[in-house]
Design a protein around this ligand. Sequence first.
Ligand SMILES: Nc1nc2c(ncn2[C@@H]2O[C@H](COP(=O)(O)OP(=O)(O)OP(=O)(O)O)[C@@H](O)[C@H]2O)c(=O)[nH]1
Ligand SMILES: [Mg+2]
Length: 642
Amino acid sequence: MRIHLVRNLGILAHVDAGKTTVTERILHRTGATHKTGEVHDGTTVTDFDPQERDRGITIFAAAVSCTWAGHRLTLIDTPGHVDFTAEVERSLRVLDGAVAVFDAVAGVEPQSETVWRQADRHGVPRIAFVNKLDRAGADLDAAVASIRARLHPAPLVVQLPIGREDGFTGVIDLLRLPEDASAEARRRRRVLEEAVAELHPVALDEFCATGIITAETLEKALRELTLSGEGLVVLCGAAYRDRGIEPLLDAVVAYLPSPADVPPVRPDRPADPAAPLAALVFKVVSTATGRLTYLRVYSGTLRKGDHVTDAGRTERVARVLRVQAARYSEVDSAVAGDIVAVAGPKAARVGATLCAPGAPVVLEPPVTADPVVSVAVEARRDGDRLTSALARLAEEDPSLVVRVDPETGQTVLSGLGELHLEVAVEKLRRDRGLEVAVGRPSVAYRETVVSGVTGLVYRHVKQDGGAGQFAHVVLDVAPSEEEGFEFASAVVGGRVPREYVRAVEAGCRDALEEGPLGGHPVTGLRVTLTDGATHPKDSSDLAFRTAGRLGLREALRACAVHLLEPVAEVVVTVPSDAVGGVLGDLAARRGRVAGSAVRQGTAVVTATVPVAELFGYATRLRSRTQGRGTFTARPVGFAPVP
Ligand SMILES: Nc1nc2c(ncn2[C@@H]2O[C@H](COP(=O)(O)OP(=O)(O)OP(=O)(O)O)[C@@H](O)[C@H]2O)c(=O)[nH]1
Ligand SMILES: [Mg+2]
């Protein structure tokens, strides 16, 4: 398949907007499947995990391929629930374009905004699909207005719905209007022409010269505006009723980029099958037949049997597989622009770069979010199996972190939300047959330095027979504005050789895993190695790493350290008569209300609330509002515990 005929796209949206249903209808319409499944029956192609089928939500991003109009489309159906945002992040990293799906009743919802900003950060061009036009209360114009107000200043609506709500039967293409088009359709075509003329010089010239813009010019202009992000093509339909799917496929082909239309991942790795191989691992899964590594090939060709390197390790690719959700078909090779899975590599992690042994390269890995919620887990028996199963889970999903609490000795699993952890634990039970007991959820605290120390001296000296150990370091510790950890060396005159400086930094990182207050990870500090000394025989990397670790641990005990807790931005939607109770309840939960708005009898309250105060909030809100209230919570960082 020639590269400009390839489309790699994500389906993105708030929970329940209809991503999986859209994907399902696309697979059917393109002939990739013969039956169409439904989310509520647990029969869709992309929600194939038993937990997804039971819960009726997408948890894991699933890739599927199909062909349309001579193009090969690879779609990634992503989860909409906020707890699985990391899964979306990993997918966005390897996609060239996206379809953002909206609910025609709700318009832009909180998680639509989150994934939109994520896509912005990755520079992923997208088109919009306003779904569920068949629902009571569906309103395309209102949905477009909310897109304009909150996401994109220039939505360009290219269709007109036929019929409303239950009477919705399809869409009229405003680009190619039939002869007998209604006055309303002509008016909307005019609106589209004017909007495009405003953004696109060639279209403007044509508009000024002839008074209209032809369908061909419009299509060309819309493609360019989509790729540059200056305009947002908006389509509409009702996936459930199979309306608007063909035009959506046409739009994907017409407007979204091929791998050759986006900037190369690196200047020296063009999207060319003849270039040296560079592929990024974005997903790792264990299947019944072994470990599969999902990757996006950015440049070069990956053949079955090839050897590839990843951070210095060389591994053999035994099989290359094209992915169809839970099914795989073997192919001989994958080329630049392809998204495939491979069997063989045992060590490659999510975020790793696989490359040609002679031409090593490291691509930027997807960012992983910090965990905010933890539970203690314990095996009723088979403790060792639990340990290895947890390690496997964390490998598949880097937003899960496993550690042993230094005080209680308990194994603690941390993740991005209660649901995230619940799903992980359920996976241990179902997929691995482990009987696990789970403690109550608690938040994942952090520690941060508020005032530092200078000139802390640490000498690590061991001379009890055999080879000795000698390392001498002097450290300054200061708070930093940024989250995370910065390290610098100000050592002069080569008093500490470069490799030992690196060992000191590694030792400091070890020390950051357990802070002085309660053994929580330490963040927001800058450490400077200001001086040190070596011994001609007894100094080693190990000695300096140990000195870095113990030295920083001692320094942290001398610093003023503050406890941080995760906070979330909460958006609560309730009938307006319940808003008083909701505000009071948020205040009792240490929430800070940022704003509230009332529209058509519905109040939307936005607040920042500590995650620790949100456990059980769903139940509380439901009972307060007789089931009519809903909320979403999005972790937004850490704040000092009062
Ligand atoms: N009325 C109506 N319902 C729809 C339409 N499309 C999807 N639905 C229903 O909306 C619900 C959610 O659809 P999904 O396809 O699971 O939504 P999703 O965006 O994949 O949800 P998550 O993956 O959990 O974020 C299901 O019950 C669908 O049957 C539509 O066009 N009209
Ligand atoms: Mg879904």
